[in-house]
Design a protein around this ligand. Structure first.
Ligand SMILES: NC(=O)c1ccc[n+]([C@@H]2O[C@H](COP(=O)([O-])OP(=O)(O)OC[C@H]3O[C@@H](n4cnc5c(N)ncnc54)[C@H](O)[C@@H]3O)[C@@H](O)[C@H]2O)c1
Length: 366
C-alpha cells in the first residue's frame, strides 16, 4: 500500500503521524511510504532519518495526499486539507467528529474512509490510542505544578520535594485513572506526600497495591476534598466520566479555603474541567490566578513535548497501521473489533452512532 505522512499544519502542532521506526516496519513489508519534507522536524526527526528508513520524501503536502492510498496523521484535517483528501482514501488520525459538524460534513463530501484514533476501543472499554496522551499529561502535570509553585510565577515558593530538614509538598490527585496514577507516581518520585482520591474502589485498591506508602488513597467525596484542599500545595484534576462533562469537584467558594500560592492543574480541562474556576489556557499563556490560587489549565498538554508524545502515540498506532496496510481497511476492521470501532465515516456515510446522535441525524434516519 502507498502510505502518506503529511506535515501537520494546525497551529502549534509539532507532532507527526509516524516515526522513522514506523516507516522501517512498513517498507520492510513492501509498502511505500511518502513523507512530506520537514514533517518530523518538530518531533526531532529530520528528512534524512525517514529517507534512511526507506521513505520517499516529497516536497509538498499536495504530492503526499495525491500519492497515498492511506494518510496517517495526528490532528483532524483543517480546511486547507479538505480539498486534498480523495475518494476511497483511508484517513487514520484523531478526528473528534462529534464536536465538529463542519469537519464531519467536509469528510462525508470527500467520500474517503475516516478511521478515528479516539474511538478505537478495546473489549474492556479502554481507548488504547488515547491512553498515551493521558500518560504524558499526567506526568507533565506534576512537572508543571512544581514549576508554578515557584515564587517568580506567583506560587507559594515551595520546592515540591523539600530538602533535608524541610517538609516536602502535599499533593492531592483527584481521579485514579491514567492521568491520576501517572501524576501520583511522579509526585511520589519527587518525594512529595501524595493523596489520591477516586470513586472507584478497584482503582484505589490498585493504587494502594502498587504505590509506595507515602501515596495514600481515600474515597472521593465532598467531605474529603474539603478536608484536603486546606493543606494541599498542589492539586491535580484527573477525573473523567466517559461521554459526560467533568463534575465540578472544587467550587469557587472552596478556593478561599486553600492556601495562597497553592497550585491547581486541571488536566480534565478538555472535558470542561473538574474545578468551577477552570477555563482552557494555551502553552503561550498557561496559567492565571483566582483568589490567590494559581490555575494551570492547558487543554493540549502533550503538545509541549512533541518528541515524547509522537513516539508514545505512534507506538500504539503502528500495529493498527500495519494491519490496515497489510490487509486493506475492510478486512483489517472486520478481523479486529477494536479497529472496527474506529471507523467513523465510510465513503460519505457516518457509521458511528455517537456522531449521528450528536447531530440529531439518528432521528432523521429513523
Ligand atoms: N489537558 C490535556 O492535555 C489532557 C491530555 C490527556 C487527557 N486529558 C483528560 O484528562 C482526563 C482524565 O483522563 P484519564 O485518561 O485519566 O481518564 P480515566 O478514565 O483513566 O480516569 C478517570 C478517573 O476519574 C475517576 N472519577 C470519576 N468521577 C470521579 C470523582 N467524582 N472523584 C474522583 N474520581 C472520579 C474515574 O473513576 C477514573 O478512575 C480526561 O478528561 C482526559 O480527556 C487531558
Amino acid at each position: 500500500m502507498k502510505i502518506g505522512i503529511p506535515k501537520e499544519i494546525k497551529n502549534n502542532e509539532n507532532r507527526v503521524g509516524m516515526t522513522p521506526a514506523g516507516v522501517l516496519e512498513l517498507t520492510k513489508r513492501g509498502h511505500e511510504v511518502y513523507v512530506q519534507s520537514t514533517a518530523g522536524e518538530g518531533s526531532g526527526f529530520d528528512d534524512e532519518d525517514y529517507y534512511v528508513a526507506g521513505a520517499k520524501i516529497l516536497p509538498t503536502i499536495d504530492r503526499v495526499y495525491d500519492q497515498a492510498q492511506m494518510i496517517v496523521k495526528v490532528k483532524e484535517p483543517i480546511q486547507q486539507e479538505y480539498e486534498l483528501i480523495k475518494e476511497d482514501q483511508v484517513v487514520f488520525t484523531f478526528f473528534h467528529f462529534a464536536s465538529d459538524k463542519r469537519l464531519t460534513e467536509a469528510m462525508m463530501k470527500t467520500k474517503s474512509v475516516c478511521i478515528a484514533y479516539e474511538t478505537v476501543e478495546d473489549k474492556d472499554g479502554t481507548l488504547p490510542l488515547l491512553t498515551p496522551m493521558s500518560e504524558v499529561a499526567g506526568r507533565m502535570a506534576i512537572q508543571q505544578g512544581a514549576k508554578y509553585l515557584e515564587k517568580p510565577v506567583k506560587g507559594k515558593g515551595l520546592l515540591l520535594g523539600g530538602v533535608p530538614g524541610v517538609r516536602p509538598g502535599k499533593v492531592l490527585v483527584i481521579g485514579a485513572g491514567t492521568v491520576g496514577i501517572q501524576a501520583a507516581k511522579m509526585a511520589a518520585g519527587l518525594g512529595a506526600q501524595v493523596t489520591i482520591l477516586d470513586v472507584n474502589m478497584n482503582k484505589l485498591r490498585y493504587v494502594n497495591d502498587v504505590m509506595p506508602s507515602h501515596v495514600v488513597t481515600e474515597f472521593s467525596n465532598e467531605y474529603n476534598i474539603r478536608k484536603h484542599i486546606k493543606t494541599s500545595d498542589l492539586i491535580i484534576g484527573g477525573v473523567l466520566i466517559t461521554g459526560a462533562k467533568a463534575p465540578k469537584l472544587i467550587t469557587r467558594d472552596m478556593l478561599k479555603e486553600m492556601q495562597p500560592g497553592a497550585v491547581i492543574v486541571d488536566v480534565a480541562v478538555d472535558q470542561g474541567g473538574c474545578f468551577e474556576t477552570t477555563r482552557p489556557t494555551t502553552h503561550e499563556d498557561p496559567a492565571y490566578i483566582i483568589d490567590d490560587v494559581v490555575h494551570y489549565c492547558v487543554a493540549n498538554m502533550p503538545g509541549a513535548v512533541p518528541h515524547t508524545s509522537t513516539v508514545a502515540l505512534t507506538n500504539v498506532t503502528l500495529p493498527y497501521v500495519l494491519k490496515l496496510a497489510d490487509e486493506g481497511w475492510e478486512k483489517a476492521c472486520r478481523d479486529d473489533d477494536s479497529l472496527m470501532k474506529g471507523v467513523n465515516i465510510v465513503k460519505g456515510r457516518v457509521v458511528c452512532e455517537p456522531i449521528l446522535e450528536a447531530f440529531g441525524w439518528k432521528e432523521a434516519m429513523a
